[in-house]
Design a protein around this ligand. Structure first.
Ligand SMILES: [Zn+2]
Length: 186
């Protein structure tokens, strides 16, 4: 996994805090691309990757993809998934996002891998660690009817792995996960 990491966005490494969030002094410095430090009060605030979790759901008609209706990457395809809440397990987040986004979660999921991503929202580049799981319907058993639930997606599409165009995918991590999953199919 080298050479295809997502590029840093406009907010990468930028000190977008103009004032210390603790004491209000101007100009906290951004140190080693890791944390903000306030010289006035000594406050440190770390910028860590946010965890996100998603699931590749593979039924007999294909892989479940959500056509995004919101920026970033409106109109592009992504797997059900989203940010891990505070105190939440990645597995729980993956299944919760499935329930929220398509109204159904698979009965079990297996770990696939993780990949860094950069998610631009509201002018801030959120670095994420996208954690992927997969579910392959056993014996070609049908998936229940799936429809978008929470307004983040325009529609649910079911596409065979080979019919999915890389240019239609929302994020580099989506493409990486699809490639990693396809490799398990043999
Ligand atoms: Zn301060």
């Amino acid at each position: 996994m080298t050479g295809d990491e997502p590029e840093a966005g406009p907010a990468a490494g930028a000190s977008f805090f103009r004032f210390c969030p603790s004491c209000g002094a101007a100009g906290p410095t951004f140190v080693d691309n890791k944390f903000w430090h306030c010289r006035a009060c000594g406050f440190d605030f770390f910028r860590n990757a946010a965890a996100a979790a998603g699931v590749i759901i593979h039924g007999p008609e294909g892989i479940v993809l959500l056509e995004r209706s919101l920026e970033p990457r409106s109109g592009k395809l992504a797997f059900p998934g989203g940010f891990v809440d505070l105190g939440e397990r990645a597995e729980e987040a993956a299944l919760r996002e499935c329930r929220e986004e398509i109204g159904w979660a698979p009965p079990e999921i297996e770990y696939l891998g993780s990949y860094p991503n950069l998610y631009d929202y509201g002018g801030v580049g959120y670095y994420t660690c996208d954690i992927f799981y997969f579910y392959r319907a056993p014996g070609g058993s049908a998936l229940p009817p799936l429809a978008p639930r929470d307004g983040e997606a325009r529609r649910v599409r079911l596409l065979p792995p080979r019919a999915i165009q890389a240019a239609d995918l929302a994020f580099p991590s989506t493409a990486w996960a699809l490639g990693a999953y396809a490799a398990t199919l043999g």
